[in-house]
Structures are given as structure tokens and as C-alpha cells.
Design a protein around this ligand. Structure first.
Ligand code: HEC
Ligand code: HEC
Length: 475
């Protein structure tokens, strides 16, 4: 019988193994450049600058930078510390923990930032115009990543000096830009490219919109979608139609959300004003919040919120969001369109449930599981760059193993395995081992017992050293 301490140590080892990945193969890059987008995303919606178009080499460097804790002054925080793939690059906690304290506002989800109709200006108060300009700001922010120069803190040129000493950046910068010079401009461009490549277009909403003849001006959004339940279609109609008011009270019709969160991107137009949420987390009054992240993926694939909502996290449930719009209190910076909603929406419990059911159809799967958006470092923060100029290729570990169907219902299969027998270990988002299975060729693994959510699978060669890590969503 193993003692409890032994069990603890063993599970700790598993946790560590789980997070080992740590290889970038320059001869086998992921596709960031030519990802599929729905037909309603035409070239006119592509807002990437002509001089920084997504390129697989530079986006690969961007992925490494995004997950690298060495970009913070005490090596403890990366962009991903506050922008977590398991939460659509947002965070479940109210505030992000930086090197010198907590973020003043909620970290925003990073979804479809490449496209107009998803986002225009950046940050809750729209103070930044481009992702290139934004990308290095968190690094120089005293609270977030600490290269601020404040009270003797190091500055950006110190960071560059440190990065120059890392062999993997020498390989990655040379591969991406032709020589190994590390500059703030190059870091910003690479991070911007990686963030622009993060996309979520496989929600049930997208399938439904496609089915009724999707168009980028939002035509046909009020037509019933064939793949929706009647509850979801009713919720969609509420979202996309105006209320009928008697004086300032709603007596019927929709609830007018689309005026500000316009479909099909569910983003916020740049000319918008405040929606009445006016306190900072620390209690100060703020009237300059004029942006919301896209309403896509506010819920995770398991149906739970990806984090509290609004810039101050005041809504811990979707119902509390509805409470806010149900009884609006105007201020001098209120957006004029709030008048369309009147002072009281009087939403019935059924209408509230319908609206929530609709908003849940805006959640995808791929953004949570795609390996090209995932952490490339191992548990110790190490990474190995292979290929390109060097050519060492481990037997198993960089192989393209694909899980399907993803999302899975009762069974999951593994494609791309060439040996006979593998061991699979399935972990939940908290790193707990929830299922072990042996995989024989293309046989399916029963996952019907798992709860809804995002899972990681560690697939190892029987008796071998190599393994791969993949993610899937259980529905
Ligand atoms: C300590 C937590 C924290 C860290 C670390 C962090 N962020 Fe953020 N991020 C935030 C918060 C909070 C906001 C909203 C800030 C605001 O509006 O004032 C935000 C907003 C953003 C936005 C704006 C999204 C939009 O739709 O407007 C982008 C892009 C972004 N962060 C990228 C990054 C990158 C790149 C890094 C790493 C270099 C990074 N963040 C590191 C907390 C963090
Ligand atoms: C007048 C414009 C306007 C209208 C109308 C509007 N919103 Fe908003 N919405 C905003 C703004 C601005 C924010 C960001 C406010 C903040 O965080 O302080 C926001 C934030 C949100 C958020 C939080 C997003 C996040 O990531 O935290 C949700 C959810 C939301 N709105 C849902 C709705 C629903 C549902 C309706 C219809 C009942 C609606 N909104 C109508 C402007 C509007």
C-alpha cells in the first residue's frame, strides 16, 4: 500500500510530466497564416497591417514569447498568466497576478482580434490603436510584467540583454527575421501576429449562420437557425430586436443588445460610450470604459463562465449581467443607445433563460484545444528548438496526433499513431488525472463518464520514452 505522501509525490510527478512539452520544430510549423474563416469574413474585414501580415515563422516566435515567463522582471509571469487558453485567453480569477501586484481591471479574452467586427480599438477604454503598439506595453507595465524602470525596476533594454543570452531566441529570431537582432519592434510584431492568429469560428452560432446564408453585414441574423433549439432561437430574437417601450418601460419585443454588441462578431463599435458600469475593482468611479471584448466565448465549452463579467467583474453570473441592463441608471457618459432599452426591461425568467441559452451558442471548441495556441514550454520553463539549421528529431513527441471527434460525446479516437499500443492519461483543467486507458490502433476510448469541459491527454508509447500532449473538449 503506498502511503499518502507517496501518492502525493506520485501525483505531483504526473502533474509535472503532464506539462512537459517543450519542443519547437522549425521544419514542421503550425499553420497560422492560412486558417479557415467563415465565408462572412471577407478580405475587407481583415485588419492586419500590410507590413505585418501573419507569417508562420514570426507567429511561432510570437507563441514562444507569449508563454515565456522570462519576459517579466522576476521570471514569474507571462502573457498567458493572465490570458489563459483554457478560458479563451481570459481568466477565471477576478484580477490577474503580475510581478508587482494585481491587475486593476479584468484581463480581456483575446478572440478573433485580427478581424474588424470583432474588435476595433484595444483595452477597456480603447486607449490603444494597434496590436503591435499594445503588445509590449504589459512588459513595461510596473504591476504586470515589471520592466518599468519604476523605483529601480529594470527597463526594456535590460530585458533585451537577457533574451540575447538565450540560445532558443537566437534560433527563433534568426529563423523569423533573418538575423538574431532582438528589438522591441520585432517582439511587438511577433506577439501581435500570434494574437491575431487566435481564432474562434467553430461555435454553433457559426454553423447556424452559415445555414441561413451568412453575410458580413449581419443580414438574416433574426431568421431561425436550423441547428438551434427553440429556446436558443427565441434568445437570438431577443438579442437582435428592439424593445417596445411604453414611456420608458419595456412592454414587449426584444432587448436590443445588438445595437452595441453587433453580430456576427459581437464586438463593440469604436464610437460607443459607457454602458453604466462605472466602478473600478478598487472602487474608484470610471466613466471612460467604452469597450467590451467580443461576447463570443464568455462561456467555456462546459457551460461555465470563463470569468466574472464587465471590466470590474461585478457580474459573477450571466443573470447579473441581465440585472444590470434590466434596470439602467444613466450617467453623463452613457451611450445614447441605452435609451432604446428604456429604464426597465422587465425580463421574465423564461426570457432570461432564452437569452443565456443564445449567448452560449457563441462558444467554440478549437480556441481551447488547438495545439498551435498552447504553451510550448515544459514544466521547468525550458524549450528546445529543433529543425531549421539543426536536425535532431526525437522518435515520438513531435508527431501530429489528432483527436476526433472534438468535441467528443461518448468516445474519442486518436489519428496519426503508428506503433501498436499506447497509454493514454486524461487530465482535467486542474491537472487531476481523471482517466487512464490503453489505446490499440484506431480503437475508440470511452469518455462518456467525464463531465463537460476541457481535458488534456498524455499519449505515451508503451515502454517507450516519447509522448505527446493533446487537448479535447467533452460535451
Ligand atoms: C497581470 C495580468 C496581465 C498580464 C501579465 C498581461 N495582461 Fe493583457 N490584459 C490584462 C488586463 C487587466 C487587460 C485590460 C487592461 C485595461 O483595459 O486597462 C488586458 C488587456 C489586453 C489586451 C486587449 C484586448 C482587447 O480586446 O482590447 C491585449 C491584446 C493583451 N492584454 C495582450 C497581452 C500581452 C501580449 C501580454 C504579454 C506581453 C499581456 N497581455 C500580459 C492583464 C494582463
Ligand atoms: C449602449 C451599448 C450597450 C448595449 C445596448 C449593451 N451593452 Fe453590453 N456592454 C457594453 C459595454 C460598453 C460593455 C463593457 C462595460 C464594462 O465592462 O464596464 C459591455 C459589456 C457586456 C458584457 C460583459 C463582457 C465581458 O467580457 O466582461 C456582457 C456579457 C454584455 N455586455 C451583454 C449585453 C447584453 C446581454 C445586452 C442586451 C441586454 C447588452 N450587453 C447591451 C455596451 C452595451
Amino acid at each position: 500500500m503506498p502511503t499518502p505522501t507517496k501518492i502525493k509525490i506520485i501525483s505531483l510527478l504526473f502533474m509535472l510530466l503532464l506539462f512537459i512539452s517543450g519542443t519547437i520544430d522549425l521544419d514542421d510549423l503550425f499553420d497560422y497564416e492560412n486558417q479557415e474563416v467563415p465565408a462572412y469574413i471577407g478580405p475587407e474585414l481583415d485588419r492586419q497591417p500590410v507590413d505585418n501580415q501573419v507569417d508562420n515563422k514570426i507567429a511561432t516566435l510570437g507563441r514562444v514569447l507569449f508563454y515565456d515567463k522570462k519576459l517579466s522582471s522576476d521570471n514569474s509571469v507571462s502573457c498567458a498568466s493572465c490570458h489563459d487558453q483554457n478560458r479563451a485567453f481570459g481568466l477565471t480569477e477576478l484580477q490577474g497576478t503580475g510581478v508587482n501586484g494585481l491587475s486593476r481591471r479584468r484581463p480581456m479574452r483575446l478572440v478573433n482580434l485580427r478581424y474588424k467586427k470583432f474588435t476595433e480599438l484595444f483595452f477597456w477604454d480603447e486607449r490603444t490603436e494597434t496590436l503591435e503598439e499594445l503588445a509590449t506595453q504589459p512588459i513595461k507595465d510596473h504591476v504586470e510584467m515589471g520592466y518599468s524602470g519604476v523605483n529601480g525596476a529594470p527597463v526594456f533594454s535590460d530585458l533585451i540583454g537577457d533574451l540575447e543570452d538565450l540560445a532558443y531566441y537566437s534560433s527563433l529570431f534568426t529563423f523569423a527575421y533573418g538575423d538574431n537582432a532582438i528589438t522591441e519592434d520585432r517582439i511587438g510584431r511577433a506577439l501581435a501576429q500570434f494574437m491575431r492568429s487566435i481564432q474562434s469560428f467553430d461555435a454553433r452560432f457559426d454553423a447556424g449562420y452559415e445555414a441561413v446564408g451568412a453575410d458580413d453585414d449581419g443580414a438574416n441574423l433574426t431568421v431561425d437557425f436550423p441547428n438551434f433549439t427553440s429556446e436558443e432561437n427565441r434568445g437570438k430574437l431577443l438579442f437582435f430586436t428592439d424593445p417596445n417601450l411604453f414611456e420608458t418601460e419595456r412592454i414587449g419585443g426584444g432587448v436590443g443588445c445588438f445595437h452595441c454588441h453587433s453580430g456576427p462578431g459581437f464586438h463593440f463599435l469604436p464610437e460607443g460610450q459607457n454602458n453604466g458600469v462605472i466602478t473600478e475593482i478598487e472602487g474608484d468611479e470610471v466613466l471612460t470604459i467604452t469597450k467590451s471584448p467580443s461576447l463570443r466565448d464568455i462561456f467555456g465549452p462546459d457551460g461555465s463562465l470563463n470569468g466574472p463579467l464587465f471590466h470590474n467583474g461585478q457580474a459573477e453570473t450571466f443573470d447579473e449581467v441581465v440585472d444590470h441592463y434590466d434596470m439602467l441608471i444613466p450617467n453623463i457618459h452613457s451611450d445614447g443607445r441605452l435609451e432604446i432599452l428604456g429604464s426597465n426591461l422587465h425580463l421574465s425568467p423564461t426570457e432570461r433563460a432564452d437569452l443565456e441559452a443564445f449567448v452560449k451558442t457563441l462558444t467554440g471548441v478549437n480556441i481551447y484545444t488547438d495545439e498551435k495556441y498552447s504553451d510550448p514550454f515544459d514544466a521547468d520553463g525550458n524549450i528546445e528548438v529543433i529543425g531549421g539549421t539543426v536536425n535532431i528529431r526525437p522518435a515520438f513527441g513531435t508527431q501530429r496526433v489528432v483527436l476526433f471527434p472534438n468535441p467528443a460525446q461518448n468516445f474519442i479516437k486518436f489519428e496519426g499513431l503508428n506503433a501498436e499500443i499506447y497509454d493514454a492519461e486524461i487530465y482535467d483543467v486542474n491537472g487531476r488525472l481523471v482517466l487512464t486507458a490503453e489505446i490499440f490502433g484506431k480503437t475508440a476510448t470511452d469518455v462518456s463518464g467525464l463531465e463537460k469541459g476541457v481535458y488534456s491527454v498524455r499519449i505515451a508509447e508503451k515502454g517507450g520514452e516519447g509522448f505527446v500532449l493533446r487537448k479535447f473538449v467533452k460535451n
